[in-house]
Design a protein around this ligand. Structure first.
Ligand code: UN1
Length: 500
């Protein structure tokens, strides 16, 4: 074991109706550091009863919260942003211990939460609707945003601060109340976030936190008729289940379900820049981002050169605990993730791709029992191979050779996902053609596939989701409902479509 970090050794509680409470069933599970197995906390393994109480509290709190003026709701978020900012480095350190990514990246994750807090605080004073002329005289017409009700928030472990804040902050500023079920692998940061919201002054019942599994807690959120909307980020398979079950109850459902993102490199690209963008996108967060680059589509003139440059640089990436200075790549989240990556590497070899580097667990004794996997590169990958089609969620990159930009775009678009894509080129015409034709929700030119900013819409096409977008003003379209208002001040009955 590299170094055993001091255990945080705490027992977390659920947060229901403004109180920190033990789970009714009295069961707990361990929160462990994936880099060394150290136990960080004991976390409630809650049941349907706990989830039901949280939903009841949120439903009860809604009638008062929806009437709190938007600017006031925004002020509370602003205060939450200030608290997040003051604790940024402590939160980042805890996050690295909890889910493994390096400190630089966990600090960025907390920063996304800070940015979202300040952005959504501003929405408290905007949340614009519109007025429009009526077709009748002496009649006023406007469209305004209305809160919806209890929001069920179900989040993954890979962005333990950013993703919950993308969902909870717009939900709150729009006047909804929240029941938050964080991933079982990243409970500590959820506890920290909800503590901050409590400290910022959100009234009891407005934000509730229930730790537990999808089957025990998540399922209750999907089926309970008091929950009006579900915002979910996670796997495609679970997303389909969420959509089907919550959809059966006519809930509003937003899904963010991963990707199979590609970087395209044309012959005229700045190769130094492309190499940096590729390494950061493919191996940052150990490849465990929805936006991670896992396909590299390269024009034939530069293919061999780029491959050689990458092999050299990948060999220099340092694995280690995310808190250790100089670490480039942390561990995967758990043993199952290592096994999944290993399985894909085996399939890649069986299907005839060439393993250039990596392809196994490191043997370095310093890394001990941590869930590490070597950054891996395959070349000569066929665009239909499993490693080029399916989401691996690990440090595995597949190089595909193409002749032209249009072939590259076609390869980019022939996967079941459509989150993020990127093109490296010096040709402005090629760039704009790609912007037009890449069928993803996010497109980068001369930058990698990661690094979305919080004031632009985030989400993707096809298997990446169900058409909604998070972040930016798009978030309000999900977390608020349109209400059309007509005020007739003519003093007589005026019939639309008839008395015109
Ligand atoms: C995710 O992996 O689910 O654009 C979110 C990015 C980050 C967010 C990723 N800002 O990579």
């Amino acid at each position: 074991m590299a170094r055993r970090h001091q255990a945080m050794s705490v027992r977390l509680k659920n947060f229901i109706n403004g109180q920190w409470v033990d789970p009714e069933g009295g069961r707990y599970r361990e929160d462990v550091d994936p880099a060394n197995g150290a136990v960080l906390a004991e976390v409630p393994a809650s049941t349907a009863a706990d989830a039901g109480r949280a939903i009841a509290a949120a439903a009860e709190a809604f009638s008062a919260w929806r009437q709190v003026p938007g600017p006031k709701r925004g002020e509370l978020l602003f205060e939450a942003g200030r608290l997040l900012q003051a604790r940024k480095s402590a939160l980042a350190e805890k996050m690295t211990r909890e889910m493994g990514k390096v400190l630089l990246e966990t600090a960025g994750d907390v920063q996304e939460g800070i940015d979202m807090a300040f952005y959504m605080a501003g929405e408290g004073r905007r949340s614009f609707g519109y007025t429009t002329p009526s077709e009748l005289p002496d009649k006023f017409a406007m469209a305004m945003r209305d809160p919806i009700g209890v929001a069920g928030i179900i989040t993954p472990w890979n962005f333990p601060m950013a993703i919950p804040t993308w969902k909870i902050f717009p939900a709150l500023v729009a006047g909804n109340t929240v029941v938050f079920k964080p991933a079982t692998e990243a409970p500590y940061l959820a506890y920290e976030l909800v503590s901050i919201l409590q400290e910022a002054g959100f009234p009891p019942g407005v934000v509730n936190l229930v730790f537990g599994s999808g089957t025990e807690v998540g399922e209750v959120l999907l089926t309970d008729p008091r929950v009006a909307l579900i915002s979910f980020t996670g796997s495609n398979q679970t997303g389909r289940h969420v959509a089907a079950v919550a959809g059966a109850g006519l809930k509003r459902v937003s899904l963010e379900l991963g990707g199979k993102n590609a970087i395209i490199v044309l012959d005229d690209a700045d190769l130094d820049l492309a190499v940096e963008g590729i390494l950061w996108s493919a191996y940052g967060t150990t490849g465990q981002r929805c936006t991670a680059c896992s396909r590299l589509i390269v024009q034939e003139g530069v293919y061999d050169r780029l491959r050689d440059r990458l092999v050299e640089r990948i060999g220099q990436l340092r694995l280690g605990h995310g808190l250790a200075p100089g670490t480039d790549v942390g561990p995967l989240i758990n043993r199952a993730a290592v096994e999944k990556v290993q399985q894909y590497v085996a399939w890649g070899r069986e299907e005839g791709a060439r393993l250039e580097i990596g392809g196994g667990m490191p043997t370095d004794p310093e890394l001990g029992t941590g869930h590490f996997y070597l950054p891996t590169l395959f070349s000569e990958v066929g665009s239909n191979m499993r490693i080029a089609q399916e989401e691996i969620f690990g440090p595995v990159l597949s190089m595909i050779r193409v002749k032209t930009l249009s072939e590259a775009v076609a390869v980019n678009n022939q996967v079941a996902y459509g989150l993020s894509s990127s093109l490296f080129t010096a040709n402005v015409n090629a760039a704009f053609r790609a912007i037009r034709d890449l069928a993803t929700g996010i497109v980068y030119i001369n930058a990698g596939t990661t690094g979305a900013e919080i004031h632009l819409p985030f989400g993707g096409t096809r298997g990446t989701g169900n058409g909604h977008r998070e972040a930016g003003t798009a978030a309000l379209d999900f977390f608020a409902e349109w209400k059309a208002v007509y005020v007739d001040y003519s003093g007589r009955l005026q019939r639309a479509q008839i008395d015109t």
